[in-house]
Each structure stands twice: as structure tokens, then as C-alpha cells.
Design a binder for this molecule. Structure first.
Ligand code: ARG
Length: 478
């Protein structure tokens, strides 16, 4: 029996029925749907609409269905369109006519909105745990190899030396913002639309707040039209997921480069690498590449739901059924990507020597030298000009490190400066030699001694703080 069949003389066309069918996707809502139904039935009992005996029977039937769903024993009937109709039909099969009372004061419109909010709430909690696991892997790697020196790049060109731990903690910051966005979205997810009916509000005086509290919601929606047509919470969740996946993709991109033998900074473990069917030499970082590409799918999911919503009048429209494939797919992608990335980081081997060697390429201590001149009173612009000329000369002379440049070369450039203090310095060979000798990687690192900087003791403290925060997280009751 079609549950909305009364008005219709003819059955719908099979192609049309197949076109509108969503059970393949929304079966994932089954447990949330049963939770919602149990709370709704109890509410109907409290309102005196169902007798206590009916409540007991219906709740018992719904609990039975839950066990069947959990054990994978409930067959989904493709003839029944969606998960809501399937579960109601299954209940009718088991309980008979009394099951027909389940849908009193409820529409599939407020039902599916409730189910999806319950599903999304659980999804957010799983993603949050996944993000914490990912942060643990980042901090674990920072504790292991965080004092390795990495060439910090801007414009993808050598810029200044940084500690590998500092770089990893940048990703921790990004993940923390991702968590914050999910937590913020969760607040607006966690309100109950149940009792909104199809559009006008249920035609019974239901105590919506008690039913909402039973389902763990923080409150109830304030407008029935908005409640059945609102999918902002899907947009917000997908926006948080898409951005978090963009973050993972940027790290994936770095791992792809770092593991290239030309860089040789890291080695991806065997378990996270694949070979080539043709080239016996290949060692490919496939999981990183797949995270990078799948992030695109989550961006598509976000644009899909925004596109669906932009043309809709408020209230429930069937278009809203299409919110689920996007949301479910993106959440699954994000969850799996977090786990794989965490595993890849935990098993990554770092080649500190290759990293430090690369950090010395490209005159990455030039800013430290210019800062040294500026500390003597040379205006920074004049210092910048002198050091720039010195770098050009070192390049010409094939001298790799500024600390190896003969002091006479710097004195000559200082003497030619139009700044009087620079010219004065040129007459002080001891000071010039000291400035050059001090333009080392270690000095560059130590100089960045500001909050948020890469100076070793700053990074050590930041790693310890991140670890302490994660330990607190573990102690927090779920
Ligand atoms: N399968 C539908 C969805 O996901 C359920 C709500 C259908 N409501 C309706 N009036 N056809 O949106």
C-alpha cells in the first residue's frame, strides 16, 4: 500500500517512481528515524493522543526494528520510495493497524529534517574526533622530529629557515579552526524541527520541548515554515568539511613534494605507498594524491547544496531530498581522509640532513644579516640594499653560504652605501666579520623569538602546549 495513495486512482509510472526513489541513500538515516519516531510516539502519549498501551506497543515495535536495522536484517523495499515509508511499512507488517497511528501530527517534512539533524550531529562528533586524531599525529611527529630545520618558502622559493615542528604546528592551528567551525555549526544543527508538521505546525498541542530534550536537542525551531525548508545546517557543515579538506589537501601537496627524491625530506612508509605496474623503480604517495583530489568532491558538495537552495521558495520542496548524497559523501570522504593522513604522518620518516641541507640553499639567512646591520643603526632599507648586492656577488662567486663570504666584500659594499652609518661600519673590520659569521641558520632561527615565531624555545613550548591541550581533550567526558 502506498502511504499517500488515497487521492490517486492510478499507480505512478515505474520510471517516475524510480526517479524519485531515495532509499539507497537515505537508508543511512534509519537509526535516526527510529529515534525520532520513538520520541514522537512518547510525545503523542504525553499529549493524550495515544493511550499508554499504544505507546508501549509502538515503542516496542520501533525498538524491534532498531535491532533488525542494527543486525542488517531489515530488507529495504525499493517500491517504498524512502526510509521513512519503509520503516512505517515494516512497523505495520509487524504490529498491524496500530502502526497507522505513528504518523499522527507528523509529516515526512519535519521527520526528514529531524533525522538529518540527528545524523549531522553524530557526523560532526565523529569528524571532531577524527580531527583530534589528526592533530595527535601532527604533534607526535613534531615531538619526534620537530627540531629538524626546514627551508621555509614564500612563493614556493627559499625564504628563511624554520623548524619542522613549527611547520607542523601551522597545520594544527588550521585543524583547530576546522574544529571550531564544526562546533559552531553544531549549535545550529542541534534544534528540533519535530512538531512543525508539513508546513503549518502539527495540528495537536504537542510538547515539542520535551520531545526535543529526549532527542538531545538544545531546543526547538521557532517557525514551522523555516523548520521544514531550512538546510543551512547542511551548508554550514559542508562548508566546514570542504575547508578542512582543503587544509588536508595542502598538507598532502607538501608531502608529495617532500617525498620527491629531489627534495628527499621525508619518506612515506611502505604501507602508505604504491608502486607502478610498469616502472619497477616507482614509489608513489597515492594516499596524499587521493586526499588532494577528493577534496575537490567536498567543494562540489558545498556548491551543490548552495545551488539547490538558491532557487527554492521557503518551506519544504522535493529538491531538498538531494541534500543527502552531497552531505553523506563529503562526510565519508573527510572522515576517511583524516584517518589515512594521521596514519601517513605517524609512519613518516624524516631525513633531517636533507632538510637542513636544503635550508641552507638560497641564502636563507640574508634577512638575519640585514637585521644585524639594522641593529647597528643602518636603516633597514639601506641594509636590505647592501645585503641584496652581497647575495648577488656570492651567487656570482659560487659561495653557497653568506657566512662564508669574505668580510672585505661586505665592507666594500658598505663603503659604497649612501647611508652614513653603513659607511662608518665599513671602517670596522671586526664588526663586519662578526655580522657575517653570525648570519647562520641557528642565528636565523633563534632571532624569530616572538610569540608565534620559529625560535627553538618558542616551538618547544608550543609543541608542549599543543600536547597538553590534546591530553585534556582525551580526559574530557564524551
Ligand atoms: N525523501 C524525502 C526527502 O528526503 C522525504 C520527505 C518527503 N516529503 C514529501 N512531502 N514528499 O526529502
Amino acid at each position: 500500500m502506498r502511504l499517500w495513495g488515497g487521492r490517486f486512482a492510478a499507480h505512478s509510472d515505474e520510471a517516475v517512481a524510480a526517479f524519485g526513489r531515495s532509499i539507497d541513500v537515505d537508508a543511512a538515516l534509519a537509526l535516526d528515524d527510529l529515534d525520532g519516531s520513538v520520541a514522537h510516539v512518547r510525545g503523542l502519549g504525553r499529549a493524550g493522543i495515544l493511550s499508554m498501551a499504544e505507546v508501549t506497543t509502538l515503542v516496542g515495535g520501533l525498538e524491534g526494528l532498531r535491532r533488525e536495522v542494527e543486525n542488517g536484517e531489515l530488507p529495504w523495499d525499493a517500491g517504498l520510495e524512502d526510509v521513512h515509508l519503509n520503516l512505517e511499512a515494516a512497523l505495520t507488517e509487524r504490529l498491524g493497524d496500530v502502526a497507522g497511528k505513528l504518523h499522527t501530527g507528523r509529516s515526512r517534512n519535519d521527520q526528514v529534517a529531524t533525522d538529518l539533524r540527528l545524523w549531522t550531529r553524530r557526523a560532526i562528533d565523529r569528524l571532531d574526533a577524527g580531527l583530534v586524531g589528526f592533530e595527535r599525529a601532527l604533534v607526535g611527529l613534531a615531538e619526534r622530529d620537530g627540531d629538524a630545520v626546514l627551508p621555509g618558502t614564500t612563493h614556493t622559493q627559499p625564504a628563511q629557515p624554520i623548524l619542522f615542528g613549527h611547520h607542523l604546528l601551522a597545520h594544527v592551528e588550521m585543524a583547530e579552526r576546522d574544529r571550531g567551525r564544526l562546533a559552531d555549526a553544531r549549535r545550529r544543527v542541534n534544534v528540533s524541527p519535530l512538531g512543525s508538521g508539513a508546513i503549518a505546525g502539527a495540528g495537536y498541542s504537542l510538547d515539542r520541548a520535551t520531545t526535543a530534550a529526549e532527542l538531545g536537542f538544545d531546543g526547538v525551531t521557532a517557525n514551522s515554515i523555516d523548520a521544514v525548508g531550512d538546510r543551512d545546517f547542511v551548508v554550514e557543515t559542508l562548508a566546514a568539511v570542504a575547508l578542512a579538506m582543503v587544509h588536508l589537501s595542502r598538507l598532502a601537496e607538501e608531502i608529495v613534494w617532500w617525498s620527491n627524491p629531489r627534495f628527499g625530506f621525508v619518506r612515506v612508509a611502505d604501507a602508505y605507498s604504491t608502486g607502478s605496474s610498469m616502472m619497477p623503480n616507482k614509489r608513489n604517495p597515492d594516499p596524499a594524491e587521493l586526499i588532494r583530489s577528493r577534496s575537490a568532491g567536498t567543494i562540489s558538495a558545498l556548491t551543490a547544496i548552495l545551488g539547490i537552495l538558491k532557487g527554492l521558495p521557503i518551506g519544504y520542496q522535493r529538491d531538498l531530498q538531494e541534500d543527502k548524497p552531497s552531505l553523506f559523501g563529503a562526510v565519508a570522504t573527510h572522515e576517511a581522509s583524516l584517518a589515512v593522513m594521521a596514519g601517513m604522518l605517524a609512519t613518516l620518516t624524516v631525513d633531517r640532513i636533507r632538510m637542513a641541507d636544503a635550508a641552507a640553499d638560497g641564502y636563507t639567512t640574508a634577512t638575519t644579516l640585514a637585521d644585524g646591520l639594522a641593529r647597528h643603526g643602518v636603516p633597514f632599507r639601506a641594509a636590505h640594499h647592501v645585503v641584496g648586492a652581497l647575495v648577488a656577488q656570492a651567487e656570482q662567486a659560487n659561495i653557497r653560504l653568506l657566512s662564508d663570504v669574505p668580510p672585505a666584500a661586505l665592507r666594500k659594499l658598505l663603503a659604497a652605501s649612501d647611508d652614513a652609518i653603513a659607511r662608518g661600519l665599513a671602517t670596522d673590520p671586526g664588526a663586519v666579520a662578526k655580522l657575517l659569521a653570525g648570519a647562520t641558520i641557528e642565528a636565523s632561527l633563534a632571532a624569530a623569538d616572538v610569540v608565534g615565531g620559529t625560535a627553538p624555545q618558542r616551538v618547544t613550548a608550543a609543541i608542549a602546549a599543543a600536547r597538553a591541550r590534546l591530553d585534556l581533550e582525551a580526559a574530557r567526558p564524551a
